[in-house]
Design a protein around this ligand. Structure first.
Ligand SMILES: NC(=O)c1ccc[n+]([C@@H]2O[C@H](COP(=O)([O-])OP(=O)(O)OC[C@H]3O[C@@H](n4cnc5c(N)ncnc54)[C@H](OP(=O)(O)O)[C@@H]3O)[C@@H](O)[C@H]2O)c1
Length: 285
């Protein structure tokens, strides 16, 4: 596998390059001999960064010029993913990209009119070589979105009852995206991505306790009790309601299913929750 790049190496654009998945994807593509162009909505600070704001479309054409492959995702916090991603897909086609991988979310295709599903369909109808990946809930939510209760009160506070989720490590999503972007094996296919096992939040709390040496528990809360905290964290009312709706689907059991897509695409088993908790244990110190 190539580890050096030169001016004739293919260029891969990563939208969300500073995010949880994108930051893991970057080094994987570089290791495969790709020149990586990292998109940011902020002012670029490095030679491989490019300014791209999906909310305004600013920077879209420059970001895609000369690009061979692109990884697309919608920044969290917005409920109109089709509006944000449509122009990026059109620009990818206009610039003649060889392939686009779109990160959606597991369950997005349960409603043909959901904004994420509309974005998926836009890509699938674009004439571009495409992949849609739909990850389940990320393991990394426990060291980001849900971290405050764990750190301050030793509790995971969520309105999800005893339902189980086949959480996926974002590093596996990146590994899948890297494989799909750089090979032709799975052209024009969609994949639901999950971990190997489904766990409830008591089991998650027990694993986090084991990894950290702290006692961490799970407390079920109502959606109504959770909403003010989401608003206080800066979420818009629309996005807070979307998140609570998605959590209600989790509670109803829709996040329990497992797939073999990570194994099939990367050739190795998904990262276990135990390994995730061990690798990130400093986060909950
Ligand atoms: N968390 C989950 O459990 C879960 C499950 C399934 C699917 N997903 C999907 O995963 C995606 C989030 O991925 P992630 O967790 O890797 O991201 P993340 O860590 O939340 O990072 C968000 C990224 O979006 C970029 N960004 C913010 N505003 C932007 C804008 N206006 N234009 C362009 N880029 C912008 C940020 O970069 P800059 O600040 O540099 O611009 C950053 O790289 C969402 O689409 C979500 O639906 C998440």
């Amino acid at each position: 596998m190539a580890t050096h790049t030169n001016s004739s190496s293919p260029i891969a654009l990563i939208v969300g390059a500073h995010g949880t998945v994108g930051s893991a994807l970057s080094p994987l593509l570089t290791a495969r001999g790709y020149r990586v162009r990292r998109a940011t909505s902020r002012a670029p600070h490095a030679a491989d960064e490019v300014h791209l704001n999906l909310l305004t479309g600013e920077g879209l054409s420059d970001a895609l010029a000369g690009v061979d492959q692109a990884f697309l995702m919608a920044p969290p916090g917005h409920v109109n993913q089709d509006v944000l991603l449509g122009p990026a897909i059109d620009a990818a086609r206009a610039h003649g990209l060889r392939r686009v991988v779109l990160m959606s979310a597991m369950g997005a295709n349960a409603d043909e009119r959901s904004p994420l599903r509309l974005a998926e369909k836009h890509l699938q109808a674009s004439g571009l070589a495409w992949n849609v990946i739909r990850p389940n809930w990320f393991m990394q939510n426990f060291n980001s979105y849900w971290i405050q209760g764990i750190r301050e009160q030793g509790q995971i506070f969520l309105p999800v009852g005893q339902a189980r989720g086949s959480f996926i490590d974002a590093r596996d999503i990146a590994a899948v995206a890297a494989a799909l972007l750089t090979t032709d094996t799975h052209t024009n296919a969609e994949f639901d991505l999950t971990g190997a096992e489904a766990l409830d939040h008591d089991q998650v709390a027990a694993i986090l306790s084991q990894a950290t040496g702290r006692t961490i528990g799970y407390t079920e809360v109502t959606p109504e009790a959770m909403r003010p905290g989401l608003l206080a964290a800066g979420l818009s009312p629309e996005y807070a309601d979307l998140l609570l709706l998605l959590l209600s689907y989790f509670k109803a059991g829709y996040a329990e299913r497992t797939t073999d897509a990570v194994q099939r695409i990367t050739g190795r088993a998904p990262i276990s929750f135990d390994k995730y908790a061990h690798d990130y244990r400093e986060a909950w110190a």
